[in-house]
Design a protein around this ligand. Structure first.
Ligand code: HEM
Length: 382
């Protein structure tokens, strides 16, 4: 007799079977209910997209997963969400992101120089882990000597990788305290950084409150660091596993941005995020009750054959019109352009220096209910 199907991403063996589980979810349980663990799940592309696009049926209020203590943009619904998003978007502009490219490249090269002569490296520990935190630290205006602390504190918040340092006190509090101090300095003297721009952001005489400022700075480092690290690390493994495709990127780096979209689709760093049903929702003959916790499984939606031909295959040249790795709707990732730029530069630099790197061992997966993350990516540089 077949054991009853269970989708429980908290199980230690889940990540190894994730994509088989997702296929069963999509095909046989499009509205899945795990009564024991107390959640529902949507996994088909169209269902996940539609749910994310309807914040009135599927609310984000009260769903914070990042252990933040202040109200944060991704856990607010419209209209509060939209007002905050408008204000922060005044500071976190596409221009400010695009201007970072030379700095991102400088940081990427410096990191690569640090291990280039070693013959082998853990690309996660030496490269992917540091790039996003240095970049956002630079953008926000965190002094260089404080950045390692921020990295440790944020890593203590998300599921710890083996070797992550233990942090005394509540790491979120440490982060707020440090930001409060830095914001105090910026109030006295503005600089050309995101913190100063946030202090100046104003729409219709509305400004960000101190709590909103702190909450937003917190989100920038918590939402952006680990996800981008995992994009680069997961992508590096995909390319090692597909040397023919990698060769095409080495020969023509202008193909890299498209390959990054396919990495996002195939191994989405944010696999799922929560919503609360604000009213009963009928779908595929089932009713999700009001108040239910619903997981939107981006990682399953992004491999849905109903949306993508040959969806389980990594194809760096695939023409991708859309995917859900950065979410959808009002909460669509504010850092998407930055993450894309970082990954583009990361692979341009990595492949220029090490076109033939090889995995030394098959990387394992971290047990996480939200993320798709390797603990290490050890390679021979070639
Ligand atoms: C590959 C890297 C990244 C991935 C996969 C990712 C994924 C996501 C997803 C799926 C959401 C939607 C959340 C929801 O609907 O509940 C989101 C929102 C958000 N992301 Fe990202 N993200 C990445 C990088 C970044 C970076 C670099 C930053 C900032 C520096 C950032 C800042 C944000 C913010 C502020 C939100 C909330 C937006 C809102 O609620 O209006 N993310 N991200």
């Amino acid at each position: 007799m077949r054991a009853p199907f269970v989708y429980d991403p908290a199980r230690p063996d889940f990540q190894d079977r994730a994509y088989d589980v997702y296929r069963t979810l999509r095909d046989e349980h499009p509205v899945y209910h795990n009564a024991e663990a107390g959640f529902w799940a949507l996994s088909r592309f169209e269902d996940v997209r539609a749910a994310a696009a309807d914040p009135f049926a599927f609310s984000s209020e009260g769903t914070d997963t990042s252990q933040g203590l202040l109200p944060m943009i991704q856990a607010l619904d419209p209209p509060r969400h939209d007002a905050l998003r408008q204000l922060v978007s005044k500071a976190f502009t596409p221009r400010r992101t695009a201007d970072m490219e030379p700095e991102i490249r400088r940081i990427a090269r410096e990191l690569i120089d640090g291990f280039a002569d070693d013959g082998e490296a853990d690309l996660l520990a030496r490269f992917a882990r540091h790039l996003p935190s240095r970049v956002i630290g630079e953008m926000i205006g965190i002094p260089p000597e404080r950045r390692e602390h921020f990295l440790e504190w944020t890593e203590a918040l998300v599921e710890a990788r083996p070797g992550a340092k233990q942090v005394g006190g509540h790491p979120a509090l440490r982060i707020y305290q440090e930001f409060a101090r830095l914001l105090g300095e910026r109030r006295a003297t503005r600089r050309d950084d995101l913190m100063s721009a946030l202090l100046d952001a104003e729409i219709d005489a509305a400004r960000l409150s101190e709590d909103e400022l702190l909450g937003f700075c917190f989100v920038l480092i918590v939402a952006g660091n680990d996800t981008t690290t995992n994009l680069v690390a997961n992508g590096a493994v995909l390319l090692a596993d597909h040397p023919d495709q990698r060769k095409l990127l080495v020969e023509d780096p202008s193909r890299i941005p498209n390959a990054v979209e396919e990495m996002l689709r195939c191994e989405s760093p944010a696999q799922a995020l929560p919503r609360i049903a604000r009213r009963p929702v009928e779908l595929h003959g089932a009713t999700i009750p009001e108040g239910a916790l619903v997981r939107l499984v981006w990682g399953a939606a992004n491999r849905d054959e109903r949306e993508f031909a040959d969806a389980e295959r990594f194809d760096a040249a695939r023409s991708i019109q859309r995917h859900l790795a950065f979410g959808q709707g009002v909460h669509f990732c504010l850092g998407a352009n930055l993450a894309r730029l970082e990954a583009k530069v990361a692979f341009e630099e990595l492949l220029a220096r090490f076109p033939d790197y090889r995995l030394r061992e098959r990387p394992t997966w971290i047990t996480s209910i939200w993320a798709r993350a390797h603990p290490a990516v050890r390679v021979t540089l070639g």
